[in-house]
Design a protein around this ligand. Sequence first.
Ligand code: DC
Length: 223
Amino acid sequence: MKGILVTIDGPAGGGKSSVARQVAGRLGVVNLNTGAAYRAAALLALREETDLSDAPKLAALASRVSLDPDGASIDGERVPEPDLRTPEVSAAASRVSVDAGLREVLLPVQRAAAEEARERGGAVVEGRDIGTVVLPDAELKVFLSADPEERARRRARQTGREAELDRIREAIQRRDRQDSEREVSPLRPAEDAVVLDTTALSLDEVVSRVLDLAAGQRGVRKL
Ligand code: DC
């Protein structure tokens, strides 16, 4: 029997990754982090010193990326997670993700990974446009938001860079703008997504709300 697909979208620092990981664990399904595919394409572009606005080149680079529950690969070779998490790669990933051609190449990559996971029991798939574009037929769609100040605090704590709070907040706001103002697949909740503002919620509270929603998938309403 095919498993459940849960999508978790939202802006950077909204708690998607922690929530997705824990929800996946509790449901006994895998966690697919689609941002890793964008990050891998960005890393490749930086390595090859590609002009980040060179659309044909970006599409060609993206076609070398694959995705699975353990992360992203380039030319079939696993990219170590820390290489995908540098500030340079984060900024470049946000920039290359505005490119329509690159998104088009990464779309089937993400769908294939989700479909394979679904065959094996299901997945929690996190990203920006998973509920709207990548998996519009997913059983449960969640959109996590939180105010930028709180997201910056969480990110600073997570990375041990408390002293750089101002810089982190600015980077988050810049990425929010880029992610939500882009023409292709802008960051927004799907019409049938449940929108959760996590500003005042603990991780456990968010996880348990999503699990409740997953348990009663049918007939979900906006909270
Ligand atoms: O979730 P993340 O921070 O690892 O994502 C990195 C970048 O990739 C982010 O700036 C937006 C982009 N992205 C996207 O456009 N669509 C997705 N489904 C996932 C990520």
